[in-house]
Structures are given as structure tokens and as C-alpha cells.
Design a binder for this molecule. Structure first.
Ligand code: SAH
Ligand code: SF4
Ligand code: F3S
Length: 417
């Protein structure tokens, strides 16, 4: 059961929280929706924003696809396989749709943004296509599609952050929650589709982030994860004369809400994480000593082709700095194997840097060429699948060893916060 009944006091500074009138009486819902999320935490967090927008318009959520009038898939484009999963799932709705006249299927998120109206041609059963910056128009699109028109809005925005929308906590354990602090990405790593699906980077109003975290704390939540593709480049300039806020300052404001609120964040781009952030982490017992610092490759030559803007040595320097300031800080990473032109020597460099960094956890992927990215335009995807797979296996084996060693060291310890 999803619990949409909230007892929080209305805060004049925050709008969009008045969905209580619909709670508790399913008969009042105009339509029932089901939303499934794929991809990264940003997508899961966006689904909570979408649920909130729909809820305010009198739509109620259901976990039961069979009784849904609207089925939404919040999709991911990061690798070919992520898209295939969504296409496969769509085929499962075919029978359901035939059986239930008027049922609508909507595709949200990164795949919607990437494929735009082509989605409607390729997947006939899709009625609505909505990109990540267009969720406010969802109720209007549902109305349009209910009238028999196919409905599309994939406009990207330079300023949409959904700052005023209080997310409905889907599948919540009541303890930890994601709080989105920024959207988009300006980095243009050559393998990555995100800058095209999520648009330009923009930071969310600081006061709305702190208010959301405080509200979560008051409702019993004890852990927030501040989310963004690149949290360390958070930078918010208030309009009315106040000083701008960077990520270290935001972290401090959230940590100051209450010592009992644990604070996490993800993801850090190695080039942007500053000493200021590291010192702020060290200063506050309630900021978890954990940094997700994706390396992608250990070879400077490959890093350059990836447009990551740091070298192997620079990354190692960052790991050293983290350990200097916080000797017990956990570090995790993302690694891509078999990127264009990657040699055995480059691969060894990746294994070396993983061992050097002693990652507590790594997320590892075989390179998947994405249409429209810089790498697709400039380089040949020339590492054979079998070689990518073999290298991936070697990296996974090393990761398992490093994670086991890290876990071993924690035996018998208690969490400091
Ligand atoms: N913003 C984050 C990562 C977002 S995508 C960052 O900068 O680190 C999550 C991970 O997916 C990336 O870190 C990368 O390791 C992986 N990834 C992205 N594009 C990929 C591709 N084309 N093929 C394989 N893995 C990819
Ligand atoms: Fe993609 Fe790079 Fe942006 Fe991460 S920083 S989302 S990998 S372009
Ligand atoms: Fe996937 Fe989009 Fe996230 S491509 S990884 S859902 S930003």
C-alpha cells in the first residue's frame, strides 16, 4: 500500500503540497495511474515529482497495473540494454490495452527525450511521450490523449527544477529519501547520453532544498541523499541580493538541520569535488563519510578520449586528498570497459587504479555506444564484445575482492552517525 496521507503543516513558502483532500478515498480519483521507474536515482526521484503533479490533479496511484487507467514508464537511455528492457516491458501492456478501452500508456524520462515523437511511430501502443523537463504539462497531455490524440512534450528547459513541488514518497521506507538538488549536465563526457536527455545544468533554489529536508526530518525521516548528475557543481544565485550558495555551503545547511539527520550525496565528478566539500564532510558527524567518485578509466589516454578532463595522476591525487582529510572515508566508482581504442595496457591501468583507490564498491559496465554522443560521432566502437566482456569479468572479480576486504575491515564496528 502506498501511503499518501501526510500530516505536515502547510508552509506558505512551499506550494504544491495540498494533496491531502484526495487521500483515503479512492473513489474520488478521476483516474488511477501506475508508474514504473528505470535508470538512476534521478529518475526514481522524478517519478515522485510526477506522482505529486498527478495527485494534485486528482489522479490516484495504484501498484496494480490491471486497475490502472494510466501506465507510465519512466525510462533510461544510458545503455542499449536499458532501452531494450523498456521496449520489452511495453510489449507486455499490449493485451492489457486491448482488454481495457481508454487505458493510456505514457513514456517519460530519458528515452522519451532521446526518441521524441519517433517513439510514437516505433511503439504504436504509446499514447504520451514526455521529457524530464515537461512533467508539469502531464495532466494536460493526459487530457489530450484521452480525447484520442497522441500527446508529446519533450521541451528541455534552462530553469525547470520542480523546486516548489513536494514529491510524493513512492515506495518509501519512511527513513531515507532522495532530494533532487540540481538537474541536467554540462560535462559532455563523450560516451554519455545524459547531456542530451537531461539538458543544461541548473541548480535548485537552496531554501526549497533545505525546507524539503527539514520537512522530511520532521516526518521521521533520518537520512537524505542530495541528488544530481554532478552535485559538486551546485551553485545557486538567489535573485534578491543574497550571496550565492555552492555545494559545500548547501551540505552545511542541510547537515545543520539536525545532528540526527544523516546526509549523503551523489554523484561527484572528480574534477569538481573541492577541499571545501571535503572539510565540510569532515566537520559534520552527520555527513556520511562516503563519496561516489566515478573514475571510468585508469588510462589518461582513454580519459582524454572520454572527455573526462582529468588524468590518471590527477584522480589519484584526489583519492589521496580524500584519505588525508578523512582517513576512513569510503569511496566507490563507476568503470567502463572496452571504450573505443582501449588496449590491454589501458585495461591494466584501470585495474591498477581500482586497486590503488581500494574502492568499497564499484559499478561496472561494458561500453555501449549511444546514438548522438560525441564518441559515436568521432570514434569507432572497435573493442570486440568478447574482449569487453572478458575485461568486465576481470574488473568485477577485482571489485569483489576489494569490496570483501573493505567489508572485512568493518566487522565489529558501529556506525558513527
Ligand atoms: N553523472 C554521473 C554518471 C551518470 S551515468 C557521473 O558523471 O559519474 C552512470 C554511469 O553509467 C556512468 O558513470 C558510466 O560509468 C556509465 N555509462 C554512461 N554512459 C555509458 C555508456 N555509453 N556505456 C556504458 N556505460 C555508460
Ligand atoms: Fe554523463 Fe559525464 Fe554528465 Fe556524468 S558527468 S552525466 S557521465 S556527461
Ligand atoms: Fe538513465 Fe537518464 Fe539517469 S539516461 S542513468 S535515467 S539521467
Amino acid at each position: 500500500m502506498l501511503d499518501y496521507v501526510t500530516d505536515k503543516a502547510h508552509d506558505e513558502n512551499r506550494q504544491g503540497e495540498a494533496y491531502a483532500p484526495f487521500a483515503g478515498d479512492p473513489n474520488q480519483y478521476a483516474k488511477r495511474f501506475d508508474i514504473e521507474s528505470y535508470g538512476c536515482a534521478m529518475n526514481f526521484s522524478d517519478s515522485e515529482i510526477v506522482a505529486s503533479i498527478l495527485h494534485q490533479e486528482g489522479f490516484g496511484a495504484t501498484r496494480n497495473v490491471e486497475e490502472a487507467d494510466l501506465i507510465f514508464l519512466n525510462t533510461c537511455s544510458i545503455r542499449e540494454k536499458a532501452e531494450q528492457t523498456v521496449r520489452k516491458r511495453l510489449t507486455e501492456f499490449k493485451k492489457l490495452k486491448e482488454a481495457r478501452k481508454g487505458m493510456l500508456v505514457g513514456v517519460l524520462g530519458c528515452m522519451a527525450e532521446r526518441l521524441k515523437s519517433r517513439f510514437l511511430e516505433e511503439e504504436k501502443l504509446v499514447d504520451i511521450v514526455v521529457g524530464p523537463d515537461a512533467y508539469r504539462s502531464l495532466p494536460a497531455l493526459v487530457t489530450e490523449a484521452s480525447g484520442g490524440q497522441k500527446a508529446v512534450n519533450v521541451l528541455l528547459s534552462r530553469d525547470e527544477t520542480y523546486a516548489d513541488i513536494s514529491p510524493v514518497r513512492l515506495d518509501s521506507n519512511g527513513v531515507s529519501a532522495f532530494v533532487s538538488i540540481m538537474r541536467g549536465c554540462n560535462n559532455m563526457c563523450s560516451f554519455c547520453v545524459v547531456p542530451f536527455t537531461r539538458g543544461r545544468e541548473r541548480s535548485r533554489d537552496t531554501a526549497s532544498i533545505v525546507a524539503e529536508c527539514r520537512d522530511l526530518f520532521e516526518r521521521g525521516f533520518r537520512e537524505v541523499t542530495l541528488l544530481g548528475q554532478n552535485v559538486d557543481s551546485y551553485y545557486y544565485s538567489p535573485l534578491a541580493g543574497d550571496a550565492p550558495v555552492n555545494f559545500a555551503q548547501l551540505l552545511e545547511k542541510v547537515a545543520n538541520i539536525d545532528p540526527l539527520l544523516r546526509v549523503r550525496f551523489s554523484t561527484s565528478h572528480p574534477k569538481d569535488i573541492t577541499d571545501d566539500v571535503l572539510h565540510t564532510m569532515a566537520r559534520y558527524g552527520n555527513i556520511c563519510k562516503y563519496i561516489h567518485l566515478p573514475v571510468q578509466s585508469g588510462s589518461t589516454r582513454v580519459l582524454q578520449l572520454m572527455n573526462r578532463t582529468y588524468t590518471r595522476e590527477w584522480y589519484i591525487g584526489k583519492v589521496n586528498r580524500i584519505r588525508e582529510i578523512m582517513p576512513d572515508c569510503s569511496i566507490s566508482s563507476d568503470v567502463i570497459t572496452g571504450f573505443c581504442t582501449e588496449t590491454e595496457e589501458d585495461h591494466q591501468d584501470t585495474l591498477d587504479i581500482m586497486a590503488y583507490s581500494r574502492y568499497d564498491m564499484s559499478y561496472m559496465f561494458a561500453y555501449s555506444e549511444r546514438p548522438g554522443t560525441l564518441a559515436e560521432k568521432r570514434y569507432d566502437d572497435d573493442v570486440p564484445e568478447a574482449v569487453k566482456k572478458r575485461r568486465l569479468t576481470e574488473i568485477v572479480n577485482l571489485k569483489n575482492r576489494l569490496s570483501a576486504e573493505s567489508n572485512q575491515q568493518d566487522l565489529g564496528k558501529h556506525s558513527p552517525c
